[in-house]
Design a protein around this ligand. Sequence first.
Ligand code: ATP
Length: 511
Amino acid sequence: MEQKEDKLKEVISHAKEYGFVFPSSEIYDGLAATYDYGQLGSELKNNIKSYWWKSMVQMHDNIVGIDASIFMHPTTWKASGHVDAFNDPLIDNKDSKKRYRADVLIEEHIEKIRQKIEKEVEKGSKKFGDSFDEAQFRVTNPNVLRNAQKIEEIENRMRQTLEDNDLEGVYNLIVDLEIVCPISGSKNWTEVRQFNLMFSTELGSVAGDASTIYLRPETAQGIFVNFLNVQKSGRMKIPFGIAQIGKAFRNEIVARQFIFRMREFEQMEMQFFVRPGEEMKWYEYWKETRSNWHKKLGLGDHNYRFHDHIKLAHYANAAADIEFNFPMGFKELEGIHSRTDFDLKQHEQFSGKKLQYFDPELNQNYVPYVVETSVGLDRMFLAVLSASYKNEKLEDGSERAVLSIPAALAPIKVAVMPLTKKDGLPEKAMEVLNLLKFDYNCQYDEKDSPGKRYRRQDAIGTPFCVMIDHQTMEDNTVTIRDRDTMEQIRVAISELNGIIDQKVNIRTLLQ
Ligand code: ATP
């Protein structure tokens, strides 16, 4: 645990030191759970967005993108259920005065039991060596079975109490499991209460309920209310999708863990409209497609797992998370939800307008079903940053901090450097930079020794460094150094574009 926390701390301080992420309004001591992306962070963020947008919109001829406003008519949130049901169950520890989400406390308790199972399996594997049959062990070992049953019982109780909005039941579960506050270590809990997560504000100058509007807590509703606009104007045929990237706001209670849980964050969502009855097929399709999208980044397949929801949101008939192995452990990165026709039907009812599709093949009108994929841009950022950050020991005994960010996402693609500051090398280096900057984000660096400059570029994840030396002045060749292998090869300036493009082009991720 300590090691994990250290890793997160290291990532946070690296992100700040090199201009990726700063605490918001830091000169006033910051504002809890809000962060600013710096000069390199905003580049990385844009590149992640671009990877998502291109793979969704550009690579699918039946998906189009929109950009809806953050403010929406307040009735939107009554129809969507957010005014009544977008709540978190909260509990306070009376000794530490810390506030927790009750369901998160219980889930963390379950995770601990799950880890016990994994330890038991590991022990078995060591004991039996090559003859170890893991599947068999998991269904026969008494300790594993006992713990698996415990998990099932807790999950059932949690689902039931949450579904019934039985807050006393949730409290009793926490007491029965003897869950203690991670800070104070005590079991001195308050009762469990519901807390709405939407931020509200006033529209115009008229006071009173009628002018209360909300900052959208999800981007999805901007898509639902535009369903017919897009379908008609784009002559879209079902199945088709609408994609969007935009800000969302939630008054999160447990707002810790850096950019993992923020009060203002960005979502990349896609609503896929399908024929009723075909939603499960598409749900499976999008689970697999989205999982492949993540794995293509090369952050390690073992860092992803699916988690099927036990408590379904009010709108869903199936839901799964793609979890990522963050420095704090496996946590939700993306949600895939089968939302049925809930949202469109609700908007039909509240607006009095028909939101239906005429299916020419079936010769029939219906309200489409929706499968949604929803990934947090900031969580993607943290996944890429934390999995890429390494402190490597080199053969000569020295160390380097390197961000092995997927080359296509790297903020700076090429650093151009003159070996020395004289003999016309800087001018030549500028010439090379001026050639490359039309295609790539480049950086010019002439300060310090080449070794130091290479380390600086490694630390921000630059895939290539191009060095201009005295030989360049004679034959127009340069050395190009690869971030990952640290190897340098000499090539003609005219070859640079081809070499760089092969590695950093977003095509490498989309293919
Ligand atoms: P959690 O259970 O972690 O609160 P959620 O299930 O409420 O998340 P969704 O409503 O499914 O999240 O939102 C879709 C995605 O938006 C999440 O998978 C996550 O990547 C991102 N997201 C949600 N809340 C936040 C937040 N407070 N900060 C950053 N990203 C978030």
